[in-house]
Design a protein around this ligand. Structure first.
Ligand code: NAD
Ligand code: TDX
Length: 337
């Protein structure tokens, strides 16, 4: 039995991870530490509280006292740090909380992991740390780090700090850099859920700039299976890219969503571009495929339909979000441009 600290487990990827692990295995005891920011939602984990291999703690990863208390209480074998402020647009509106949570928070966890001698520490990083690509080429693990937004620079700082703890102290660190995820429980500020929900509500779909920016999409379950593999079998001190070779322009994605929902393309509205908008991300995932025998199981066309259907069937989940505290930000950011 391993005790595993999962931070940020009430968010999109973390909650999918916990639901996935606890439905497939009973050799992990998971402590989910989450601050429950606007993006954290315990509804994503409905029913899990009953599981004997699960405990939830509401708290901030920058709270060193709490972190020490939890490491003492649970003697964690593994740490997986999903917790982060994750939205690029918000980092452009205000960067401070990104540095608090993403950089200082990661540092607090690394310091505790070092003192309490955990067996493995997995830092969930992102492909955005590599910056932006032109029309050709892919990010490999040796591509120089060159983040462009306050979000991605905070993630790059955390990523490099984690690797430095391996180099300096021998902390058993692993880092994953994944491409854009989609799937159930994604907060409706991100492209895919935002467009689905706006289309369902016959609201305009705001596409930044010319809509030709490219992202490389992966279904959240494929990402999480890769996380599980890297944590257990990855080589200590190594970085693993994760991606599903599924590049799409934003306009392609939006048109596909409209088609699936039977809505008119007249809903599309081109709006002012995101400041410093990265043009293209694309991941070379050869290393994880050859070393760890991982490959994506889902093809985009099916998994996006599954995702759209999930939002159709879980209207209450997102209606509570867009009518609650988040409503003001949502209205200002996405409905009035
Ligand atoms: P999310 O915003 O949906 O969830 C983040 C979670 O972290 C929330 O539950 C929030 O409450 C929690 N959190 C934030 N600050 C915290 C703090 N200081 N202490 C404790 N909990 C805190 O994000 P997501 O999309 O699920 O992303 C999860 C991780 O994966 C992030 O580290 C992100 O950088 C990384 N990532 C995301 C993607 C993507 O496409 N979404 C791709 C690659 C990497
Ligand atoms: O309203 C929109 N209109 C639009 O054109 C929104 C919200 C986005 N976009 C564009 C911007 C990007 O080119 O769609 C693309 C995807 O945008 P986001 O969903 O905000 O994702 P991105 O900026 O690519 O970052 C995501 O992937 C990497 C996650 O939010 C990060 O957490 C992750 O690290």
């Amino acid at each position: 039995m391993k005790t595993v600290l999962v931070t940020g487990g009430a968010g999109f990827i973390g909650s999918n991870f916990i639901n996935h692990i606890l439905s497939e295995r009973d050799d992990w005891f998971i402590v989910n530490l989450d601050k429950l920011t606007y993006a954290g939602n315990l509804e994503n984990l409905k029913g899990i509280e009953e599981n004997k291999n699960y405990a939830f703690v509401k708290g901030d990863i920058i709270n060193g006292e709490l972190i020490d208390f939890l490491f003492t209480k649970y003697s964690f074998n593994y740490v997986i740090n999903f917790a982060a402020e994750s939205h690029v647009d918000r980092s452009i509106l205000g960067s401070e909380v990104f540095f608090q949570s993403n950089v200082i928070g990661t540092n607090v966890l690394l310091e505790a992991a070092r003192r309490f001698e955990v067996e493995r520490f997995l830092q969930i990083s992102t492909d955005e740390v590599y910056g932006s690509l032109g029309a050709e080429g892919l990010f490999t693990e040796t591509t120089p780090i060159a983040p462009n937004s306050p979000y991605s620079s905070s993630k790059a700082a955390a990523d490099l700090m984690a690797l430095s703890f391996h180099h300096t102290y021998g902390l058993p660190v692993l880092v994953t850099r994944c491409s854009n995820n989609y799937g159930s429980y994604q907060f409706p500020e991100k492209l895919i859920p935002l467009m689905i929900i706006n289309a369902l509500n016959d609201k305009k779909l705001p596409i930044y700039g010319d809509g030709l920016n490219v992202r490389d999409w992966i279904y959240v379950i494929d990402h999480n299976r890769a996380v599980e593999k890297v944590l257990e079998n990855g080589r200590i001190g190594e970085v693993y890219n994760i991606g599903a070779e599924q590049e799409m322009t934003n306009i392609q994605i939006v048109k596909l969503i409209l088609k699936h929902l039977g809505k008119s393309e007249d809903l599309i509205e081109f709006v002012k571009d995101r400041l410093g908008h990265d043009r293209r991300y694309a991941i070379d995932a050869a290393k994880i495929k050859t070393e760890l025998n991982w490959k994506p199981e889902f093809v985009f066309e099916e998994a996006i339909e599954r995702t759209i259907d999930w939002y159709l069937q879980n209207k209450e989940w997102w209606e509570r979000i867009i009518s609650g505290e988040y409503a003001k930000y949502y209205a200002e950011q996405y409905l009035t441009r």
